[in-house]
Design a protein around this ligand. Structure first.
Ligand SMILES: [Fe+2]
Length: 377
């Protein structure tokens, strides 16, 4: 058997009301002053800010709250957070929200112990020192950022997305409380849920997948296939919300160990150039990327089809498109408003997101990527 490694972090606290443990967990990790990044929508629509302050205060932990994070954060936003956290003497970070809040909290934790700007560390293994401890509280069931070593930011001037990828960014603790996901609107439930579905499928088909990650990725796919439509239709269904939160975590675990593949490479430029939300960009491209794999790796797609829908690969492809249509996901790039004359720019952007392309089960040339984008228009 070929060699592989499995990274297992963070410590998980899960279940209804597990958020109540936030203060204790922060204290256990040695925090005295927390930099807390909260998603703006969540901060405006719920009492999460007040509750967070109370939970930390009860454990004698000071808190500096940044609650202006929206989707797809830029390096400027991230650097602003780093400055505030440094000036305030923070020694632990907490991310509460979707991937943007979590990624920002991770990056700030890294830069509290490494000098410079976020841009200096975008790439692989560029952080030199361990970060301060970080606690992740996902309130969308999508990015799996609570279990990965990545923090993604857009460099606004270049219109490019880039991740800080470092073992020092693995969170020490994650709190998976489904009660925090109940206010998520249907369209965000759908797009973030589809991001998790992409993590699950892509980590399953990745060249780096192994006998431990495959069952994890498969379980995530099954849970999402069954529960995402339920959570989309009825956001208050606590069971479906809980299953989605666990599925997103499992998909993130698959992704952290086996990586993602071409869907994520091809979706990056849609975010960087056109600001398309990450989950939506992935969801739109997914059927076209899977279709392109089918003639070469039918066995893999058959396994997925059989595992989650009990069908053959071709029927699964139809069901996948119906699944996305039900969730209100645009069916092609034209519906996303992407101009067809920008394919060369998209291909150039996708080719720069190398690691997922290396993980992809089929080697893709620039010409192959052109074909996938063309099919997706
Ligand atoms: Fe993703």
């Amino acid at each position: 058997m070929k060699q592989f490694k499995l990274e297992c972090s963070p410590k998980i606290f899960a279940g209804e009301n597990s958020f109540e443990k936030l203060g204790e967990v922060a204290k256990e990790l040695g925090g005295s002053c927390a930099f807390v990044v909260i998603d703006r929508f969540l901060s405006e629509k719920t009492d999460i800010k007040k509750k967070t302050l109370c939970l930390l205060e009860n454990n004698n932990i000071k808190a500096v709250i940044y609650d202006r994070i929206t989707s797809e954060p830029t390096t400027d936003t991230g650097n602003e957070c780093v400055s505030i956290a440094k000036e305030s003497g923070c020694d632990i970070t907490i991310g509460i929200g979707g991937g943007s809040a979590l990624d920002t909290a991770k990056a700030v934790a890294g830069l509290l112990k490494n000098p410079g700007l976020i841009e200096d560390y975008q790439g692989i293994d560029k952080l030199k020192c361990q970060s301060v401890p970080k606690i992740m509280v996902p309130t969308t069931a999508g990015t799996g950022s609570e279990v990965t070593f990545t923090a993604v930011f857009i460099r606004a001037k270049e219109k490019k997305k880039g991740g800080i990828n470092s073992r020092y960014l693995y969170p020490e603790a994650a709190i998976l409380d489904p009660l925090l996901t109940l206010t998520l609107p249907p369209n965000i439930t759908a797009s973030t849920g589809m991001d998790a579905f992409c993590h699950a499928i892509e980590s399953y088909i990745s060249k780096k997948a192994n006998f431990i990650t495959r069952p994890i990725s498969m379980e995530a796919m099954k849970l999402i296939w069954k529960n995402l439509p339920v959570a989309f239709e009825n956001g208050k269904d606590i069971q479906a919300r809980e299953k989605m939160l666990y599925a997103s975590f499992l998909a993130g675990l698959g992704l952290a160990n086996a990586g993602v593949t071409a869907v994520h490479s091809l979706s990056y430029p849609l975010g960087g150039l056109f600001g398309i939300p990450h989950g939506t960009a992935n969801a739109v491209l997914l059927p076209y990327v899977v279709e392109s794999i089918l003639p070469h790796k039918k066995d893999l797609i058959e396994e997925i089809a059989h595992g989650i829908s009990g069908t053959k690969a071709e029927e699964f492809m139809m069901k996948l498109k119906e699944f996305e249509k039900f969730l209100g996901i645009p069916q092609n790039l034209s519906q996303l408003g992407i101009p067809a004359n920008c394919i060369n720019e998209l291909v150039e952007g996708a080719m720069q997101v190398k690691v997922p392309l290396e993980n992809h089960p089929v080697e893709l040339s620039a010409r192959d990527i052109v074909k996938i984008y063309q099919a997706a228009f």
